[in-house]
Design a protein around this ligand. Structure first.
Ligand SMILES: Cc1ncc(COP(=O)(O)O)c(C=O)c1O
Length: 368
């Protein structure tokens, strides 16, 4: 058997009629930028998450970038975040001329360690950007307390966590701003790039709408220096066809995770994902820790099982961030986890037989 890491065509085959109809609707309307599809998706996502406003943008990276821009982040500012995330989270801070400041991660959740946030705060800190990594909400309340004590903004990187809940509230409804990615492989994926910023603040929502269209509300009248970062209508229409299915898909991801957990739970050499109490995980990734990861990965590949490493090098040790002056040993948990993480195939259309095959091959690969 060969098991892919993800297969987007299987989902299309199930939804073919709805998606073909959505695409046809846009092509026949002749409106490809903005318009009713984007506006409707913004309303539907805002309602789904329980926020007042959602602003469609060109990608998850742009959602983060425009969020920090809307908060006025620039040279001299510091933004506290995690070194164990996709590069975009910190990249946008640097692009705005501000400084990413990292804090180590919780060894169980792999998200920012709430107990380490306050020591990273300085008089220059403006924003904290926690990441709901792999689909699990970060432990929000203690981070929010720090933000309140120091009068800081909170921007959620919810790119991997649409539908996840923290104490009954959905991710991307917790902070001042929430950032979503609709990259095709995300739990809610477009057929190209896409992203969204969510907020309850009408002024921030308005500023984001202006920033995404070259700083202009009225055509050719530019109030701010902005950019071109629009969600296009074809992507919005595809996402509208998919949004009603997201809870069912996330439920199936949890079912797959439970099957993996069951088969792997007694292995000393494999650590299965931890789920925080009062939270729902949406398993954008099912990521285990395993010693001699690269050898195990090679054995799985030989058995036809595709895997991935999210992420092999923590951001503080990336060449692009060398100028920040961090060194090996600064964030030992992130460094250890980076050496041991291995993501197994997980997507809603994966069959029970495939799940069992993957788990059993992992049991063999670790020599148990
Ligand atoms: C945690 C995280 N943040 C940000 C992004 C950036 O999103 P996009 O690829 O849509 O730009 C991603 C997606 O790859 C991500 O996983």
């Amino acid at each position: 058997m060969k098991v892919p890491l993800i297969d987007l065509v299987r989902q299309y085959e199930v939804l073919r009629d709805e998606i073909d109809e959505a695409i046809r609707r846009v092509v026949e309307s002749g409106r490809f930028i903005g318009g009713p599809e984007v506006e409707s998706l913004e309303e539907e996502v805002a309602e789904y998450l329980g926020v007042k406003y959602a602003v469609g943008v060109a990608s998850g990276t742009d959602a983060l970038w425009l969020s920090l821009m809307a908060l006025g982040v620039g040279p001299g500012d510091e933004v506290v975040t995690t070194p164990f995330t996709f590069v975009a989270t910190a990249e946008v801070v640097a692009l705005l001329g501000a400084r990413p400041v990292f804090v180590d991660i919780d060894p169980r959740t792999y998200c920012m360690d709430p107990g380490k946030v306050e020591e990273a705060v300085t008089p220059r800190t403006k924003v904290i950007v926690p990441v709901h990594l792999f689909g699990q909400p970060v432990d929000w309340d203690p981070i929010e307390e720090v933000a309140k004590r120091h009068d800081l903004f909170l921007v959620e990187d919810g790119a991997q966590a649409i539908g996840a809940e923290y104490k009954g509230r959905r991710t991307c409804s917790l902070g001042h701003l929430g950032c979503l990615s609709f990259f095709p492989t995300k739990n809610l994926g477009a057929y190209g790039d896409g992203g969204m910023v969510t907020t309850d603040d009408p002024e921030l929502a308005e500023k984001l709408r202006v920033l995404r269209t070259h700083g202009a509300k009225e055509k050719y009248v530019h109030r701010l220096v902005g950019t071109n970062s629009r969600l296009d209508a074809l992507q919005a229409a595809v996402l509208r066809a998919k949004l009603p299915h997201i809870d069912g898909w996330n439920e199936r991801r949890r079912e797959i995770a439970a099957k993996y957990d069951e088969i792997l739970k007694d292995l000393d050499s494999v650590t299965t994902p931890y789920v925080m109490p009062e939270c729902t995980h949406v398993y954008h990734q099912y990521t285990v820790l395993v010693k001699e990861r690269d050898e195990v990965r090679r054995r799985l590949a030989e058995a036809g099982v595709a895997t991935a490493v999210h992420y092999p090098i923590p951001l503080h040790l990336q060449e692009a961030f060398r100028y920040l002056g961090y060194k090996e040993g600064d964030f030992p948990v992130a460094e250890r986890v980076s050496r041991e993480v291995l993501s197994l195939p997980i997507f809603p259309e994966l069959s029970d037989d495939e799940v069992r095959y993957v788990a059993e091959r992992l049991v063999e690969a670790v020599g148990a």
